[in-house]
Ligand binder design. Structure first.
Ligand SMILES: N[C@@H](Cc1ccc(O)cc1)C(=O)O
Length: 399
C-alpha cells in the first residue's frame, strides 16, 4: 500500500483531470475501506497510437504512484465493433502492438510497468455470463440512449451499424467484469460513463466513479488530436524529420495562447512528464533559439513560457522548434525499442502499421512558420506517408 495519506493519494489520482464523476466513491475506498483503489483504462486497438496517448499514460503514472491497482484493457472486440476499424483477422496482432507501445511509452517516462495488469477484452467478453448480461442490458437501454452514448467515440457513418449500439453497452459491463472501482478515459468517453452510471445498477452491480483526462488538441486549428486526420497528430513512431515538418505546419498564431495546440502540449504533456521524472512541482522547457533571435532559452515555469509568447517575445517559429525537439527526445526511446523488436517488423501484411521506414523519402519542406508577428500561416501540405496508407487502406476496404 502507498506511503501517502488518503488526501495525497486523492490529489495524485485526480491531478490535472478535466472532470471526476462520483469522487466520493474514491474517497470512501481510500479513507474508509483503506484498501488499494482499483482503476481501469481501456483502449481499442484501432489506428496507430499518437502523441495524445501521453496524457492517459501520465495519469496511469500518477495512479501507480498513488498505490492504485491499475488494469489496462486492450479492447480488441471494441476495435472490431467500431465499424471494423480492426477486422478480426488483424485485431490480435494490433492488440499486441498496443500493449507493446503502452509499455514502452511508460518505460520511456520512467514508470515501472510490472504492477500494470493487461487484459484482452475477448478473454472474458465471450463468456456466457457476459453475453447474458449484455442481453439484459440491451433490454434496459433504449436504442437512442445507446446511440447518443457512443456518439463521440464510435465512428459516425451515414448508415450506422448495430455494432455501434453494442459497443457502449459492453463498455458499461467491463467495469463489473474487471472488478474495478473506477474507470478512466478521455472526456470523449463522458457519455458512455454517464450511461454506465445510469444503468449498471439495473443489473445489480455497483456504480463506479469516473476519471476524465483532457484531450490533447490537434495541431491544426480546432479539434482534438485525432487518428483520422494525419496532419492533426504525431504518431508515436513518427520520424524526427516528419515531427519537425508537422510541427512547422501546425497552427500557431503569434501571441495567441487560446487556440494553440503546441502550448497545450507543453502544459499537459511535456510539463507533467518533466515533473514525473524530476520531482513534483518542477518544470523546464528549453528552446535552442538562434543567437540572432535572443539565443537559447529555458523556461522554468509554464506561466513564464505563456507570458513570453503572449508578449510576442517568443515567436511561433521558436516555440515550434522547442516543441519539435522535445517531442523527438520523447519519442526516441519508443522508436528505438520498436526497431529492436522483431515481432513487429514484418507486420505490414496483417494490416498493421509498417515499421518506421529508414529508407522512406521525406520531401524537404520549407520552414513554413514565420518568426514575425502578423505573418500569414500557410496551410499544410498533405502528408501522404506510405506508412499511413497501409492501415488507412485496410480500414477502408473492410468497411
Ligand atoms: N471507448 C474507448 C475504448 C474502450 C473500450 C472498452 C472499454 O471497456 C473501455 C474503453 C476508446 O475510445 O478508445
Amino acid at each position: 500500500m502507498s506511503e501517502l495519506t488518503p488526501d495525497q493519494q486523492f490529489e495524485l489520482i485526480t491531478r490535472n483531470l478535466q472532470e471526476v464523476l462520483n469522487p466520493q466513491i474514491i474517497k470512501n475506498v481510500l479513507e474508509v475501506e483503506k484498501r488499494p483503489l482499483k482503476v481501469y483504462w481501456g483502449t481499442a486497438p484501432t489506428g496507430k497510437p499518437h502523441c495524445g496517448y501521453f496524457v492517459p499514460m501520465i495519469k496511469l503514472a500518477h495512479l501507480l504512484k498513488a498505490g492504485v491497482e491499475v488494469t489496462v484493457l486492450v479492447a480488441d472486440l471494441h476495435a472490431f465493433l467500431d465499424n471494423m476499424k480492426a477486422p478480426l483477422e488483424v485485431v490480435q496482432h494490433r492488440a499486441k502492438y498496443y500493449e507493446f507501445l503502452i509499455k514502452s511509452i511508460l518505460t520511456s517516462i520512467n514508470v515501472p510497468v510490472e504492477r500494470l495488469k493487461f487484459v484482452l477484452g475477448s478473454s472474458y467478453q465471450l463468456t456466457p455470463e457476459y453475453t447474458l448480461d449484455l442481453f439484459k442490458l440491451s433490454n434496459s437501454v433504449s436504442q437512442n440512449d445507446a446511440k447518443r452514448a457512443g456518439a463521440d467515440v464510435v465512428k459516425q457513418v451515414a448508415n450506422p451499424l448495430l455494432s455501434g449500439l453494442i459497443y457502449p453497452l459492453m463498455q458499461v459491463l467491463d467495469e463489473e467484469y474487471l472488478k474495478v472501482d473506477v474507470q478512466l478515459g478521455g472526456v470523449d468517453q463522458r457519455k458512455i460513463f454517464v450511461l454506465a452510471e445510469e444503468n449498471i445498477q439495473s443489473l445489480g452491480y455497483k456504480k463506479r466513479a469516473h476519471l476524465m483526462n483532457r484531450m490533447v488538441p490537434g495541431l491544426m486549428q480546432g479539434g482534438k488530436m485525432s487518428a483520422s486526420d494525419p496532419n492533426s497528430k504525431i504518431d508515436l513512431l513518427e520520424e524526427p524529420k516528419t515531427v519537425k515538418k508537422k510541427i512547422n505546419q501546425a497552427f500557431c498564431a503569434p501571441g495567441n495562447i487560446e487556440d494553440n495546440g503546441l502550448l497545450a502540449f507543453v502544459k499537459n504533456v511535456l510539463g507533467p512528464i518533466h515533473e514525473l521524472k524530476y520531482g513534483d512541482g518542477t518544470f523546464e522547457f528549453f528552446i535552442d533559439r538562434p543567437d540572432k533571435y535572443g539565443g537559447p532559452i529555458t523556461f522554468k515555469t509554464y506561466q513564464e513560457l505563456e507570458d513570453s509568447f503572449t508578449k510576442e517575445e517568443l515567436s511561433p517559429v521558436d516555440l515550434k522548434s522547442g516543441v519539435a525537439d522535445a517531442i523527438n527526445v520523447l519519442l526516441a526511446p519508443i522508436i528505438e525499442e520498436y526497431k529492436n523488436n522483431k515481432d513487429f517488423q514484418d507486420s505490414e501484411t496483417a494490416g498493421y502499421p509498417a515499421p518506421v521506414a529508414e529508407k522512406k523519402k521525406v520531401k524537404k519542406v520549407k520552414d513554413r512558420g514565420s518568426r514575425y508577428p502578423g505573418a500569414k500561416e500557410e496551410s499544410p501540405a498533405p502528408a501522404s506517408a506510405p506508412v499511413e496508407a497501409v492501415t488507412e487502406k485496410l480500414e477502408e476496404t473492410k468497411l
